[in-house]
Design a protein around this ligand. Structure first.
Ligand code: YH5
Length: 273
C-alpha cells in the first residue's frame, strides 16, 4: 500500500494544524500562549478538519534562540494533556528532545515530528522504545545559521539520500518501517530555488514508499514568490499545498486549516475520478 503508516489513516491527503507554543511565535503573535487559548485554537482546527495537531515548544525559525529542556517541557506537556483530554485528534509533537518525546507520548501523543531526524543524543533510542510513528525531516545546518547561503549539488539527491539513510538507520535499530514518515524540510537550509526543486520532486520522494509530510505554510518561499508579508501568504500557501498533495504528499502542515482542507478535497476528488 502506497500510503501506509500504522495507526494513521493516510489513504487521502491529511491536514496537520500548527499549534505554536513559543512566546516569540511569528504567526500568531503569541496570542495562543495561555492554555485556554491553545485549546480553543486546537478545537477550531479540529472543527475545520485537521487530522493532526502539531504542538511545538521550540522555535526553529532562522535565527531563533535555543530553549532549555525544562522550558520546552513546560510549554508542550500541559497543552498536549489538555488536547488529549478534550479532543479526538492525533497530536504530534515538534521536538528533537528525547525527554520531551517520552513525556509527551505518555500523555497520548501519536506522532513524533523531529526536524533533526532523531540526530540528538538518545532521540533514536527513545523513538524505538516508544514505538510511535515518527516524521524524519531534512535540514542543512542548524537553525541559527541555516539560511546563510545554503548550497547543494543536487538538492533533491541530497535530501532523498539523507532521508533514506536516516530511515534505514532507524529500521536497523528495530523500528517498524511502516511508522516512518519523511519530510524534505522546506525552508530549512534552502533557497527559493532549492525549495521549488523539492516541491517539483515530491512525486519522486513518494516513490520510496514512505508517506511524505510537507510544511510550506506562510514560509519565506511563499513570501519571496509573492513579495508579501506573513499575514498575506495564505492563498500562496494553499497553492503550494495543492501541488504537493497532487504529487502524492500525505500530510500537509499548515496554519490555515479550513482553507487547506477544502483544497485537499479537490485533490482527493480528482484522485477518486
Ligand atoms: C516542516 O516543514 N516547519 S517550524 C518560518 C515561517 C513560517 C513557518 C517565515 N516544523 C516544519 O513552520 N516540521 C516547522 O515564516 C516543521 N516540517 C516538519 N515536519 C517552521 C515553520 C515556519 C517558519
Amino acid at each position: 500500500m502506497k500510503f501506509s503508516c500504522q495507526a494513521l489513516d493516510l489513504s487521502k491527503p491529511r491536514v496537520m494544524g500548527v499549534l505554536n507554543m513559543t512566546p516569540d511565535s511569528f504567526s500568531d503573535g503569541g496570542r495562543y500562549n495561555s492554555l485556554d487559548a491553545a485549546l480553543f485554537q486546537a478545537e477550531s482546527m479540529v472543527n475545520a478538519g485537521a487530522s493532526f495537531i502539531d504542538v511545538g515548544g521550540e522555535s526553529t525559525r532562522p535565527g531563533a534562540v535555543k530553549v532549555s529542556l525544562a522550558e520546552e517541557l513546560e510549554r508542550v506537556c500541559p497543552v498536549v494533556e489538555l488536547i488529549k483530554k478534550n479532543l479526538d485528534v492525533v497530536v504530534s509533537v515538534d521536538t528533537s528532545s528525547p525527554e520531551v518525546m517520552v513525556e509527551s507520548v505518555g500523555l497520548g501523543v501519536g506522532l513524533i515530528n523531529d526536524v533533526r531526524a532523531l540526530q540528538c543524543e538518545g532521540a533514536k533510542q527513545s523513538v524505538v522504545n516508544l514505538g510511535v510513528p515518527v516524521c524524519l525531516m531534512h535540514m542543512q545546518g542548524v537553525p541559527e545559521t541555516m539560511q546563510d547561503n545554503p548550497q547543494y549539488g543536487s538538492v533533491v539527491d541530497v535530501v532523498e539520500c539523507y532521508l533514506l539513510e536516516r530511515a534505514n538507520h532507524l529500521i536497523e535499530s528495530g523500528f517498524d518501517s511502516e511508522k516512518i514518515i519523511i519530510d524534505p524540510g522546506f525552508g530549512f537550509g534552502k533557497t527559493l530555488s532549492h525549495n521549488l526543486q523539492l516541491l517539483n520532486a515530491i512525486d519522486r520522494l513518494v516513490l520510496n514508499g514512505y508517506p511524505v509530510l510537507v510544511g510550506m505554510s506562510r514560509k519565506s518561499m511563499i513570501g519571496t514568490i509573492l513579495d508579501k508579508p506573513i499575514g498575506e501568504r495564505m492563498i500562496g500557501s494553499i497553492a503550494a499545498a495543492t501541488i504537493a498533495a497532487y504529487k502524492g504528499a500525505s500530510i500537509i502542515r499548515v496554519h490555515d486549516v479550513k482553507e487547506t482542507v477544502d483544497a485537499m478535497s479537490v485533490v482527493q476528488a480528482l484522485f477518486e475520478e
